[in-house]
Design a binder for this molecule. Sequence first.
Ligand code: AVI
Length: 320
Amino acid sequence: GVVRHLRQVEADEAGIDLAFRADVHAGLSQAQKAIPARWFYDAAGSALFEDITALPEYYPTRSETDLLKRHAAAIADAAGPGRAVVELGSGSSTKTPLLLEAIDPAAYVPVDISGDFLRASARALAARFPGLAIYPVEADFTQPVDLPREICALPKLGFFPGSTIGNMVARTAVDLLRSWRSALGEASLLLIGIDRIKDVDILERAYDDPAGVTAAFNLNLLERINRELDGTIPLENFTHRAVWNDVHSRIEMHLVAACDMSFCVDGRPYHMARGETIHSENSHKYGPRDANLLLRAGGWTPLATWDDADPAFALILAEA
Ligand code: AVI
């Protein structure tokens, strides 16, 4: 059952608000306007992301789930029973039961910034795995996190699905891998989802679906600014763009100004010219050698890769 809920969110509502405000003003003042993708995930944005994962064009969730199902036994063989599974950015935890069923862990520690999502999914998992000790930790997994002392002595398996690592530039991804290497300790393993480089059409369709769900997800960032930061951004003047950047090996999402316009955020004026964009997300894709190099740079040694999904996606098991 759910044992104890640890809360390690430094910033209260007011603190989050300050950080959002600071990122938006700094981002809108740059020559290439840009706002960090983490601000997508308010309640509306998190719900829209769940909708994205169900789209036929958005293959990563489907491919990764297939891999977990198909290779559960091999993953269990490699990990062995009795580990504490620590999931980074557990969100709604839909893939977790597949892993927990396969490897028979001693404890499960979901780490997520969204307390509501965390509580609901911990309760659902407790009902499904009544004998399992669950220690939810409400924290930002990109910052150093103190793990519950009850799991100190257990060998750990970090679980970082969804190719969320792809939303960071390499330097940040390496820092994150290193800090989790030291938090999880010697003898730990990491099971990480990495999206592969593939046909540009498949990639761009996955991030610009015909139903417009990804466009709504992108535009919700502007709605959030209007809602929370007293913004006057005319949403109808923006369109969604998802484009493959081959030099950086990533899909970029932008919000494109359809005409010249002026608006205010917090009473501060901004101007955008037609065609100018706000860069709102990077989603890096990795070939097999790139992914292994990224992991090694982050202090992890790749042990096994399962990547026979179509469209291609990889689950990599690495050791500390
Ligand atoms: C959460 N993250 C891994 C998603 C991705 O594919 O980069 C976010 C997303 N953005 C648009 N669609 C999905």
